[in-house]
Each structure stands twice: as C-alpha cells, then as structure tokens.
Write a protein that binds this ligand. Structure first.
Ligand code: ASP
Length: 344
C-alpha cells in the first residue's frame, strides 16, 4: 500500500509590510501533518487538502511558524497499521532532520485517534510534543469545532510544559494522554475522556496547563523501535459476549496470526465458548492476551490460573492489541510479554 503523501511544504509566514524589529524572537516552528478525518471534512463536499485546512486558521501564525505536509486524506476508520508505521517514521524523520522543530501536530479522524496516539506514544523516540487533533463537526457545520481545536493543538505543541509528556490528544480545550484517552461519545465535542485518570491538562484561552504527567514509559523511554520495520505483527481482536461459542477464535487460529487479544468480561472472566477458543489458540502456540471490555479498573490476580496467557490489566482491548503488536517485535515468550504489559 503506498501512502499518498503530497509534500506541501508551505510556510505560512506573515508577510509584514515592515520587517519585524530585530529584537523580536523568532516564533517556534511547528509541522502540521494532515491525515483526513472530520476536521478536514465538509458536508456535501470532498475532504479538504492539508494546506487549505491549515490556511483556514490564520490565527495559528500568532503562535508559530507553520509548515504543512499532507500525509493522507482519509477517514480514520480507514487507518491501518501501515499508516501508523508511516506516521511514526515520518515524525522521527522530521525531528531528526530539524533540531529547531518545536513540535508536530497531526490532524486525524476521531474514530481511531486514540489508537494512532497510543502507537505513536510507544514509537516516536523524541521528547518534543506530538499532538493529535480532530473535530466532531465538519468545517461547514454550525459551531464547527475544528479551527479552535487546531489552534489549541498548536498552542500545546509549542508549550514547554508539553515536552516529555508523551503523545497528546487535544480537543475541546482538553489535553489527554495517549495511553488513557478514549472516544466515549458518538456525537459530543467532549467525546475524548480518560475514564479514571482524567485529563492530563487544559488548553485554556489564557494558558496551556498540565496537572499531571504519565508514569508509564513512552517516547524516548520506550524500547520499541519501528524505524527498521516494513510491517507489524498481525494481531486479531475478538470480543466475548453472552452465548459466544468461540468458533470465531478457532477460525482465527486457523489463519495463524502472530497474536490474539480476547476482550473478556470484567476481571478476565470469559464464556465457555471463549474458553474453548483460548484453548485452541494456546494449543496452536499463538501468544494470547486477555483484556477486559470494561472501561474502568484492572484485571487483578491471575485469572489465567497459571496458563500461558498474558493479562492486559487496565489496558482496553484495542490498545492491548497495539501493545501486543509492538511487544511481538521483541519477544514471543509469555513471561517477557507479561513484563511488557506490566511496564507500558
Ligand atoms: N467522524 C470521524 C471524525 O470525527 C471520522 C473519522 O474518524 O475520520 O473524524
């Protein structure tokens, strides 16, 4: 799959009639990578290309020198691990080639934003801010939230307080940490929440403020280096439910993925059918993780009862899948995989 990347290196520099006084300090430099999503959408019209999306918010120039690069122009439901890999590599290149670059903002659909954010949180090896931003309303809907969200994302991206906080998600004046954030509402502009830990900070009109910082390793403290990878391990995700006969897991086992995540009931408990499917996966030697489909709390103890099953503790199933994809680039041993899940 080739990623369409129209490199539009557009510096929206203010052409002032008179040269700025020599003592005025240069503005920080921000790269905005655009990928698509509702923030770039208009009801009844094609998705906006990157430089027009950014050019529609001239207030950005009050905060930074802006460069724009269109990485893709897709709804985030169409994102794939190949896109994640490409974004991580491109962001790494941008930081590597420009020591003056203050931060990177990625405009992205909200449907899978938390997944891309978590993947980048574990694979971008730089302390400088990477901020994902989207919107819940299209550009031509009443009270469109995209422009304000983009402005706040750039404000966070140039904030010294954002350095070393890992990958961030900014919408609705709220700043969320990549590991914690969920899209919790199909419609509301405050859809991104972190069920138990809350926002990591705010982008208020007067200042960008952080209240805490992530304790789990990320970015420069992550062991995952994807720069040499052309693809990622294949990990399938299956949800348990009342009356599940487990055949979907057995069918997946037949396709021999690199790993499987089973979204269980609370506490890691599962149906008899799911149990049969898990047994089939273990029999086939496929690394398997159980993650609770319940948003709050941890899977405690050892529900796998000393079987070679990895427990995702508080990580939700769709993020456990991402961590397992990366963990499998390091090991297939259950004990080592469990250590990775207990670490990140
Ligand atoms: N409605 C989604 C959004 O808010 C569409 C997408 O994720 O691309 O961006």
């Amino acid at each position: 799959m080739t990623l369409s990347r129209t490199v539009v290196s557009l510096t929206l520099a203010v052409i002032s009639a008179t040269p700025a006084p020599a003592q005025e300090s240069a503005k920080p430099e921000v790269m905005i990578l655009t990928t698509g999503g509702t923030i770039a959408s208009r009801v009844g019209a094609p998705m906006t290309e990157g430089d027009s999306l950014v050019g529609a918010v001239p207030q950005l120039l009050d905060h930074a020198e802006i460069r724009v690069e269109e990485f893709s122009r897709i709804g985030s439901s169409q994102m794939t691990p190949a896109h994640w890999l490409g974004l991580a590599k491109r962001i790494g290149e941008l930081f590597g080639e420009d020591s003056a670059l203050t931060g990177v903002v990625v405009t992205h659909g909200t449907d899978t934003m938390e997944e891309t954010a978590f993947f980048l949180n574990l694979t971008v090896r730089d302390r400088r801010p990477v901020v994902l931003v989207g919107s819940m309303r299209s550009a031509n809907e009443i009270s469109a939230d995209g422009p304000a969200n983009l402005l706040n994302a750039v404000r966070v991206g140039v904030s010294a307080a954002a350095i070393g906080k890992g990958v961030l998600v900014v919408l609705n004046e709220d700043v969320s940490a990549a590991r914690d954030v969920w899209k919790t509402d199909n419609r509301r502009v405050d859809t991104f929440q972190s069920p138990e830990l809350g926002y990591i900070g705010v982008a208020d009109p007067d200042t960008v403020l952080f209240y805490r910082e992530p304790l789990r390793p990320h970015t420069t403290a992550s062991e995952f280096d994807v720069t040499g990878l052309d693809s990622l391990p294949t990990v399938e995700l299956v949800y348990d439910y009342t009356g599940f006969d487990g055949s979907a897991i057995e069918e997946i086992v037949g396709r021999a993925p690199d790993g499987i995540v089973v979204a269980t009931f609370a506490g890691g408990r599962m149906s008899a059918g799911a149990r049969r499917g898990v047994e089939a996966a273990l029999e086939a030697g496929i690394p398997l993780v159980i993650a609770s489909r319940v948003p709050g709390g941890r899977i405690v103890g050892d529900p796998a009862a000393d079987e070679p099953i990895v427990v995702a503790r508080d990580l939700p199933p769709h993020k456990a899948r991402i961590l397992l994809m990366l963990a499998l680039t390091r090991s297939r041993e259950v004990a080592e995989l469990q250590c990775i899940f207990d670490t990140y």
